[in-house]
Design a protein around this ligand. Sequence first.
Ligand code: SAH
Length: 363
Amino acid sequence: MHSSAVAALLEPLSRPALIGWLREEDPARLEQLWQAADEVRQAHVGGEVHLRGLIEISNFCIRLCAYCGLRAPNTELIRYRMTEEEILACAQQAHALAYGTVVLQSGEDPLLSRELIARVVRRIKQSYPLAVTLSLGERCAEDWAAWREAGADRYLLRFETSNPQLYAKYHPPRGSDRRSRIEMLRELRSLGYEVGSGVMIGIPGQTYADLADDLLMFRELDLDMIGVGPFILHPRTPLAESDFRVFVPDGEQVPANELMTYKTIALARLLCPRANIPSTTALATLNRWRGRELGLVRGANVVMPNLTPPRYRVLYEIYPNKACIQESADACHACLRSRIENLGRPIGRGPGSSPNYQARYSN
Ligand code: SAH
């Protein structure tokens, strides 16, 4: 039996209701939010926790994103780019660990050419029954079409914030490309990718109303995958300078904390019941002890064990003190597996596409 509060949560959530939940502090009310999100997760994507092997293939980046430690002007960072053979070795490891998906992620690195990525995708798809997710930043439609042609299944591109002023300030455009990330997500969808996006929680200047709008945008875009995590300040970025930050009136700024991340995960689950939603590393960074588990019982159904060779992993520093950067892939796997088993949830098998995507292409 549902309490009436949980039942009310299963109705479509309005913008004021979302803002109310994001501001909610009462533990008993929040317990109802977690319960509703957990029930909706179970009903729509089941108990399985899908593992996606993350391979951070390059930390070179030509962009100036104000939040990210990989930004081009960060000359302190030692840059690396994995070779084709190194990437293939990680994919082999993913397969050996029975993962159904690999995620290739990088800074915006033009030397990851259209041809190179197409070849890597083709080789992975020919060698292993893995789904391939790409998260290589903003590229032209021709690159995305070529990679889809080569067999890539999914693309992740967070829109970061739906507030256009914040987005413009923190994410300077490059060259003459004026496509918004929202437009790019629509391009990716039209190419037949399973599409993922998301936002950072608590970037300076983000209000509760902004975060509610982000959540409504997830629904409007009908996302197949939703990744959200707390903003973590990197000292070598413009956001470390207080005169660069956008300030909003007292009481309006969303805090970049753990509780706000759980609320956002839970509300994303209620708005997009069939999406795949990871319990992210940024969340585990704020609570190494229980962050991943709490994400998984408050709406999430995916975790992304890191397969990047440790010598590179330490250099993929989008924010400092990232959780799990020292462990080998095997140690990372063993740790996550026992955490999931302790929750009493089965580990997903196969590619684990969102039922949302499956429904879109089933007739
Ligand atoms: N270049 C790719 C991948 C970026 S890293 C792209 O732009 O899509 C993946 C995500 O890390 C970003 O989308 C962003 O949401 C997140 N991120 C970047 N800097 C961060 C920070 N300081 N704190 C928390 N998350 C951050």
